[in-house]
Design a protein around this ligand. Structure first.
Ligand code: H4B
Ligand code: PHE
Ligand code: FE2
Length: 275
């Protein structure tokens, strides 16, 4: 899809980013000119969320936060990229907001993580319906400092391109959604933890997903995940629970994607409340 067509689509859907200044790969300059109020919102978000993640996030995410260092100012993407590049060879690039799946995965395949360059407002501290800088940065970037994930996210981008070529773009998007964005982890003998970035960045949904008796927890199964629909602007109606990251990586590496796509392409999505 061209940037101009996508820009029109996003404007029609009420998305906030300014796509008129995008390059062909959907990146923009970060344009570091945030107001004192935006800096204050950033600090508030980090302070509130860190209290929760300490208790509810998987340790690999917390190790990543420690490796990245202080979160007391809105990050300068170039400075973070320099640090990240030394650790795992990743960089972050600025985008105006949600971008289409194909260029998104192409960035991942090349060890570039797209981060939105604008921040949610004070009215959206708990939850926002579209990805903003807090989600993209606080949610996704810490884990990229961890070598296992750094490799995994790149593989994700590469595999996704293959699955898209088979006609499975919806299916591979669901897999990303229910793992990288909303995944939970139940390791043997440990309490339930979250690792998905959509949970790391939401004050209300992180607590709901891990602690609420009404949250629907489903054991991870690759093909089921790839068949289950989702909505981006509400709490999820299913959270898939992994026993370990190795299980995710192995499922990914050994999956017969052509078979899965062939069996399920064109079929209606499963209802997440019923899986
Ligand atoms: C792959 C899937 O569509 C996924 O939701 C992608 C799409 N585009 C995105 N674009 C941005 N900026 N951030 C994201 O997290 C995503 N996620
Ligand atoms: N709901 C997430 C943001 C988000 C929106 C859409 C997709 C992924 C993440 C938050 O509040 O931080
Ligand atoms: Fe995300």
């Amino acid at each position: 899809m061209s940037v101009a067509d996508y820009a029109r689509e996003c404007a029609a859907q009420g998305l906030r980013g300014d796509y008129s200044v995008c390059r062909a790969d959907f990146t923009v300059a970060q344009g570091y000119d945030y107001s004192a109020d935006e800096q204050a919102v950033w600090r508030t978000l980090c302070d509130r969320q860190t209290k929760l993640t300490r208790k509810l996030a998987h340790h690999s995410y917390l190790d990543g936060v420690a490796a990245l260092g202080l979160l007391d100012r809105i990050p300068d993407f170039d400075a973070v990229s320099e640090k990240l590049c030394k650790l795992t060879g990743w960089e972050i690039v600025a985008v105006p907001g949600l971008i289409p799946a194909a260029p998104f995965f192409d960035h991942l395949a090349n060890r570039r993580f797209p981060v939105t360059n604008w921040l949610r407002t004070r009215d959206e501290l708990d939850y926002i319906v579209e990805p903003d800088m807090f989600h993209d940065f606080f949610g996704h970037v810490p884990i990229l400092t961890q070598p296992v994930f750094a490799d995994f996210m790149q593989m994700y981008g590469q595999k996704a391109e293959d699955v898209i070529a088979l006609g499975g773009d919806e299916m591979v998007t669901r897999l990303y959604w229910y793992t990288a964005e909303y995944g939970l982890m139940q390791e043997a003998g440990q309490p339930l933890k979250a690792f998905g970035a959509g949970l790391m960045s939401s004050f209300t949904e992180l607590q709901f997903a891990v602690e609420d008796k009404d949250a629907h927890h489903v054991p991870f199964d690759l093909e089921t995940v790839m068949r289950t629909g989702y909505e981006i602007d509400k709490f999820q109606r299913a959270y898939f629970v992994l026993p370990s990251f190795d299980v995710l990586r192995d499922a990914f590496q050994t999956a017969d994607m052509a078979g899965i796509v062939g069996r399920n392409r064109g079929k209606p999505a499963l209802d997440p409340a019923a899986v």
